[in-house]
Design a protein around this ligand. Sequence first.
Ligand code: PGA
Length: 249
Amino acid sequence: MKALIVANWKMNPPTSREAKKLFDGTKKIASRARGITVVVAPPVLYTREFAKHTGAVSLAAQNVHAEVRGSFTGEISVLQVKDAGVKYCIVGHAERRGLQEGTGESDAQIAAKVQAVTNAGMTAILCIGEKERGAEAKHFNFLREQLRASLPDGVATGRLVLAYEPLWAIGASEPMRARDMQEMAIFLRKLLLENLGSSGQNVKILYGGSVDATTAPDLMKTGIAGLLVGRASVDIRTFTELLRAVAGA
Ligand code: PGA
């Protein structure tokens, strides 16, 4: 199966000129990276221009609203991103869920967004992840509940990707250890089967949080289908190294 690498550019780069340069470079390496599907999630403003020539790359939105139209100042709908050439939407990224308790998007809002994305015929990249880990391994229960509450009823599993991004590993100095990810991948698969029945078997699991070329190969051997990459995706050199490392793993 092809590896799935999602480049989450977040709020970078600052100008369309730089964005175009980064996208052109990404397309070039993606076309050579056999066995890897590359998805780029740029700031939504850039997507329509990029969609004119995507080459080997698919486009993602970093966020969408759950309603398809209406009076929602500053929001963007699934129909609008789809019309701009987007095929995937990241939903429930930790930076949108809110890092403080009670701020940001709720699990229920996230479930509604997953529903909107899949109903529109796009693929939802649903992010989950615990804030911290204690000695009592409470994070397993946290993840069980977070996933259950973030999945809409009857979700089309063929349009769902699960991205595990522990908050403590996002924007950190190093990612989660590969051997811990191995255990987590088994646990997440169990949760998918619990929630979705046997079709949960087909949902791809990604890992995200401080991945780079040195850590990607070991993480890719932990039973996951791919990676969600932040900082290492907005510099063409580091992203090239990362894709090469994954291709050679
Ligand atoms: P990072 O971000 O790779 O910069 O840690 C990952 C993410 O938040 O998706």
